[in-house]
Ligand binder design. Structure first.
Ligand SMILES: NC(=O)c1ccc[n+]([C@@H]2O[C@H](COP(=O)([O-])OP(=O)(O)OC[C@H]3O[C@@H](n4cnc5c(N)ncnc54)[C@H](OP(=O)(O)O)[C@@H]3O)[C@@H](O)[C@H]2O)c1
Length: 329
C-alpha cells in the first residue's frame, strides 16, 4: 500500500518560520518494528527548536521531518509490530530516520508506542510519549527514586518537568518544583508539586535545602543545566542522584568531582532510549496503567492548528506552562 500526505519538514537550519515548509510525501508500507498512522494530533517540545537550530545531537543535516510524538490511527503495520489497523495509539515517531509527526501520516516505532488510554483526548495522548517515557527513564531506570524520597524537578512547568512531577508523586516521593515565574510555580502546585521554588531566588540552594527540611534532596531531575542545575546539585543530600536529562538553559551542568566525592552524590545521564523489546513493553504498559488510573495526565496547554506549525516551533524556546499540541486531523 502506498499513501500520500502533507508533512512539515525542515529544509535547512534556521528560523523555523522561514525554513520549515510543507511537502507532499509518499509513504510506503512501514518497515519491521514500525506502524504507519493517520495522525490525529502531535506533541511539541523544546527539542523541535533545537532540531531547527541544528543543536539536536542525534540528527544530521536537513531535510528531515519534525515532530517526535503523535496520537493517531494505525493504517498499516510492519512486521513484528503488535498493533492492528484502526487502533488509536500514542507513540514516538521515526523522527530519528527523518520522518516526523507534524504530518498527515507518520511512522511510529512500535516498541515506543501503546494503545491510547480510553480516557485520554487525542491531544493528551499526543503530548504523552516523550515526556513520560523520559521521566520513567530518569526516575525509575537511572536515578531509582524510592517512596518517601525527596525529588527536586528543574524546568518543572515544561513538558519534561510536568511529567517528572507527576511520576515522582506516583512513585511516592515528595516533590519540589523549580520554575521561573509565579504563574508557573502555581501551575506546578496545581499538578501535584508539594513545594514550589523560584529559580530566580537569591539563594536557590538554601531555598531547596529548606524545602527538604535541611536534609537535602535525594534526586534532582535536571532538564535545564547551567547555573540552576549547579545550585540544585549543591542541595543534594548524601547518596543523592543528579539525573541529567537536558539543557534548556543552553548549557549542561558543570560537575565538580571533588564535591561529588566529599558529599557522596552521583550523576547519571538519561536518554529515553528503547532497550530490549520485552523491557520496553513493560515500561509502556506501566505508563499506560498509571495514565489509565489518572496518576499521569498530560496537562494540555495551547492547541495549535496544522498551519501554525512553523510559528509553534519558534515558540518552543520560551513556551508558556502546559503542553503545546498540534491538532492535525
Ligand atoms: N534525555 C532525553 O531523553 C530527553 C527527552 C526529552 C527532552 N529532553 C531535553 O530536556 C530539555 C527540556 O525539554 P522540554 O521539552 O521539557 O522543554 P520545555 O517544555 O521548554 O521546558 C524547559 C523549561 O526550562 C526552563 N528554562 C528555560 N531556560 C532556562 C534557564 N536559562 N535556566 C533555568 N531554566 C530554564 C523553562 O522554565 P522556567 O521559565 O519556568 O524556568 C522551561 O519551562 C531539552 O534540553 C530537551 O532536549 C531530553
Amino acid at each position: 500500500m502506498v499513501t500520500e500526505g502533507v508533512a512539515w519538514r525542515l529544509l535547512a537550519f534556521g528560523d523555523p518560520r522561514e525554513v520549515v515548509r510543507q511537502e507532499r510525501l509518499r509513504y510506503d508500507d512501514p518497515p519491521a518494528g514500525e506502524v504507519l498512522v493517520r495522525v490525529r494530533a502531535a506533541g511539541a517540545g523544546y527539542p523541535d527548536a533545537m532540531m531547527a537550530a541544528g543543536a539536536f545531537p542525534l540528527l544530521g543535516e536537513p531535510p528531515f521531518g519534525l515532530g517526535e510524538e503523535v496520537c493517531g490511527d494505525v493504517v498499516a503495520v510492519g512486521a513484528d509490530a503488535p498493533f492492528t489497523v484502526g487502533e488509536r495509539i500514542m507513540g514516538i515517531t521515526a523522527f530519528l530516520r527523518g520522518w516526523g509527526g507534524y504530518a498527515e501520516y507518520a511512522y511510529v516505532r512500535a516498541g515506543s508506542a501503546v494503545a491510547a488510554p480510553a480516557g485520554f483526548t487525542d491531544e493528551q495522548a499526543a503530548g504523552f510519549p516523550i515526556a513520560y517515557r523520559t521521566a520513567y527513564a530518569g526516575l525509575v531506570e537511572r536515578a531509582a527514586l524510592r517512596p518517601g524520597e525527596h525529588l527536586v524537578v528543574l524546568g518543572a512547568a515544561g513538558s519534561s518537568g510536568v511529567a517528572a512531577i507527576q511520576l515522582g508523586k506516583a512513585l511516592g516521593a515528595t516533590v519540589t518544583a523549580v520554575a521561573g515565574s509565579p504563574e508557573k510555580l502555581a501551575f506546578c502546585r496545581s499538578i501535584g508539586a508539594d513545594h514550589a521554588v523560584s529559580r530566580h531566588s537569591t539563594d536557590l540552594t538554601k531555598e531547596l535545602l529548606a524545602a527538604t527540611g535541611g536534609k537535602g534532596a535525594d534526586v534532582v531531575y535536571d532538564v535545564v543545566g547551567g547555573d540552576t542545575a549547579a545550585a540544585a546539585a549543591k542541595a543534594l543530600g548524601r547518596g543523592g542522584r543528579l539525573a541529567i536529562v537536558g539543557f534548556a538553559s543552553g548549557a549542561p551542568v558543570t560537575l565538580d568531582p571533588v564535591d561529588m566525592l566529599l558529599r557522596n552524590y552521583s550523576a547519571v545521564g538519561v536518554l529515553a532510549d528503547a532497550h530490549s523489546r520485552e523491557g520496553e513493553a513493560v515500561v509502556w504498559a506501566r505508563l499506560a496503567e498509571l495514565a489509565g488510573q489518572g496518576a499521569l495526565t498530560t496537562p494540555v496547554g495551547k492547541v495549535r492548528s496544522f498551519d501554525q506549525v512553523p510559528t509553534m516551533i519558534a515558540e518552543q524556546t520560551n513556551p508558556p506552562a502546559g503542553k503545546i499540541v498540534v491538532r492535525v486531523a
